[in-house]
Ligand binder design. Structure first.
Ligand SMILES: [Zn+2]
Length: 210
């Protein structure tokens, strides 16, 4: 399982969604059936952006410093990010079904609201791993633009027709979502090491009893 621990006391980020926007939805997580907010502060939001490679370490440090100087701007950006996350969660959970029209509509209007007010420069840059990545350098509001790469990732899934492959974990107590890119379209669990294993253990216990 892809776990990124940033500070020992905070719940680690779980990156099992397969797409940036799905990993972002999964920041609203659960542990042992209890809901856990893994981006409880703007600082943690920036930690997550750094853990997923949306911002590099230097930019993350600069953002953290700026957030101390502009706490209300940072707080507002976190509220906005969580609002987008709620819309993206509905899209991930209900978007592919026939009854998901409202979720799709709402997500589109939230996405377009963010895209419509974003001003900045799109760039393509080389990554440390030797590949290429899109980036968006916001002008003006430094905090508001942070959500753009997440929104762009959702747009990519919509445009590529990938919404049909987005799933919720088969464990009903687990809120995680992911994209099923298996050839057989049979991925059921967010993560084999946790939910998948629990289900397997339960099956074998039942079999044993029978
Ligand atoms: Zn799960």
């Amino acid at each position: 399982m892809a776990l990124r621990r940033t500070s020992s006391s905070e719940p680690p980020f779980v990156l099992v969604g397969g797409r940036l926007w799905l990993d972002f939805v999964n920041t609203d997580d659960a542990r042992l059936g209890e809901r856990v907010e893994t981006i409880a502060s703007f600082e943690r939001y920036v930690d997550w952006l750094a853990a997923t490679g949306v911002v590099d370490a230097d930019r993350a440090t600069a953002l953290q410093r700026r957030a101390v100087e502009q706490p209300s701007g940072a707080a507002a950006a976190l509220v906005e990010a969580r609002r987008m996350r709620a819309a993206l969660r509905s899209l991930a959970e209900q978007g592919r079904s026939d009854s998901g029209a409202r979720a799709r509509e709402h997500a589109l209007s939230e996405i377009n609201r963010v895209l419509g007010r974003s001003a900045g420069t799109r760039r393509v840059e080389t990554t440390d791993a030797g590949g290429y990545a899109r980036s968006f350098v916001a002008v003006g509001d430094a905090f508001g633009g942070l959500i753009i790469p997440i929104v762009e990732s959702a747009v990519d899934s919509l445009v590529n027709g990938e919404l049909a492959r987005v799933r919720s974990c088969a464990d009903r107590r687990c809120p995680r979502v992911f994209v099923d890119v298996t050839r057989s379209h049979t991925r059921r669990w967010c993560d084999m090491a946790t939910c998948g294993n629990r289900a397997k253990a339960l099956r074998s216990r039942r079999k044993h009893r029978a």
